[in-house]
Design a protein around this ligand. Structure first.
Ligand SMILES: Cc1ncc(COP(=O)(O)O)c(C=O)c1O
Length: 491
């Protein structure tokens, strides 16, 4: 016993209350076998003297160890290490705060692709949890029609009990599927029936379902380069090999992809607004892609990202509407038009795939919550959504112009932003000596949530750029943010 007692003081943890430090120290000795079953523990008085801590802290720690079964008392004899120490499961549950840092990924029995996904997560850091100026992927949250939504919501609640039959469909709430199919046929040129619409929790889930249903381990998938890191994560997690396909102002270079990776089973693209550069997939590339997919049985995942944030030209019809061979899985999302937490999206699925997608959705989360679906169904079918889109489009265009002008005034010669015909962020190309990642680190310190272009690149990029989201800010906030960015650069 003496050898263990001598090491008690050194085991005290650095942070937290003394009584907790004492508790963790003793438990650690028991779990790592330095104190063995049946060994006697010194009296509380001796321990408090040896460790130079109050007796109350010792008594409180001992009591907790007794309650949890690590120690036991024998009447008239003293306190002993329990003969049956809590098993491995209990040991894991009661890890000290320091031990909790042991990542779940150090466990060897998990799906090996998860290690690769963790690397993507670490590199791209998709979730910062902070609301900052110029964050990417956030729409005009200040212009969401809260009052109207509240009224529609009240009505849905009042009618709720009469709707039972329609609540539980795994493909989604039928009136919403109907409203969406009518809307996308009219506005995006889709060729579909409401039966093909599956309601999902955003594009992220849509991609996950497609990966589950359509991909096997080591299948190749084309992804734009630079491209959407969310897609990279999903397809990698499924064990697919993601091939980066260079993209330019006409979107993904389809000829390059065909030449380099003709075996691909699926491709992911955002043809209305290539993410993150903003190009539109040209009609000739669309036709080449559809022909290739039909001849080679390749699936096309069409993420119709930002198609409604278009400022000058008419959007090209969706790939889905041009597809004669049922190769396109079309995904739409409301999270940008509404607000990021509004996580409802939809898939339009070829008829032959409805059944497997329905089953995949069911076994993923059985269904998307009913109430938001019902409110959204009223919002669309009563024409509010179309009006909302027109209003947001106007506001976003104005905000984009304000940002472009502010960049010209305050950052001329340092960065160049191109005016894009669509989207909710700007790509700002930096002068040679400025490094995107270093700049972003400085930006974060002053509350600017810009992103480096390199975050979206699988291969090293030569030109440095950062992305600035403009949609969520009023013109004044945009100007203030750009001034702040100029100060960061001046330093
Ligand atoms: C290219 C692209 N597609 C889709 C999404 C959004 O998907 P969700 O519906 O999951 O919000 C994002 C998110 O920012 C994106 O960048």
């Amino acid at each position: 016993m003496k050898k263990n007692v001598a090491s008690f003081p050194g085991l005290l943890l650095q942070k937290g209350k003394i009584k907790d430090q004492f508790y963790f120290s003793i438990k650690e000795l028991i779990l790592n076998g330095q104190l063995q079953a049946g060994e006697k523990i010194p009296s509380s008085r001796t321990l408090s003297e040896m460790m130079s801590i109050s007796r109350n802290s010792v008594l409180s720690g001992l009591e907790r160890l007794i309650d949890e079964g690590y120690l036991q008392t024998k009447a008239g004899s003293g306190t002993y290490v329990a003969s049956i120490i809590p098993d491995e499961m209990i040991a894991i549950k009661s890890l000290s705060p320091a031990d909790n840092k042991i990542s779940a990924l150090s466990h060897t029995n998990i799906n090996p692709h998860r290690h690769v996904v963790k690397e993507i997560w670490d590199k791209t850091q998709p979730y910062s949890g902070q609301q900052m100026t110029f964050n990417i992927g956030v729409g005009c949250t200040d212009l969401f029609p809260y009052e109207l939504w509240g009224r529609l919501s009240g009505r849905v609640w009042r009618q709720f009990r009469h709707q039972d039959r329609e609540l539980n469909h795994p493909m989604g709430y039928p009136p919403l599927r109907r409203a969406i199919s009518e809307y996308v046929r009219a506005t995006r040129g889709l060729n579909c029936s409401e039966e093909q619409v599956l309601i999902v929790n955003g594009t992220q889930q849509a991609m996950n379902l497609a990966a589950q249903v359509l991909l096997q381990k080591d299948d190749e998938v084309w992804l734009d380069e630079p491209g959407y890191d969310g897609a990279l994560g999903v397809f990698t997690a499924q064990g697919a090999i993601v091939r980066p396909v260079i993209s330019d102002k006409q979107g993904m270079d389809i000829a390059y992809a065909i030449q380099h990776w003709p075996q691909a089973k699926m491709m992911f693209t955002a043809p209305s607004h290539q993410f993150p550069l903003g190009g539109t997939l040209s009609l000739s590339r669309r036709m080449a892609l559809l022909d290739w997919a039909a001849d080679n049985k390749m699936w096309i995942f069409e993420d119709d990202y930002n198609s409604e944030f278009r400022y000058h030209s008419q959007p090209l019809p969706a790939l889905q509407g041009l597809d004669k061979h049922q190769r396109v899985i079309y995904a739409g999302s409301f999270s940008k038009m509404m607000f990021p937490g509004f996580h409802i999206g939809f898939l339009v699925i070829p008829e032959s795939l409805i059944e497997p997608f329905k089953i995949a959705k069911y076994y993923t989360d059985t269904r998307t919550p009913y109430l938001d679906q019902a409110i959204l169904a009223s919002f669309i079918s009563q024409g509010h959504y179309a009006r909302h889109v027109r209003r947001i489009r106007k506001a976003c265009h104005e905000r984009q112009q304000v940002m472009l002008e502010a960049i010209q005034i305050y950052l001329s010669g340092i960065m160049v932003a191109e005016a894009l015909d669509s989207g909710i962020h700007l790509v700002c190309w930096l002068s040679n000596h400025i490094h995107g990642t270093t700049l972003i680190e400085q930006c974060r310190k002053v509350g600017l949530g810009a992103q480096p272009l390199s975050r979206y690149c699988q291969t090293a990029s030569e030109r440095q750029a950062i992305l600035l989201g403009f949609a969520a800010h009023t013109p004044d906030e945009i100007i203030e943010g750009i001034k702040k960015l100029a100060q960061v650069l001046a330093q």
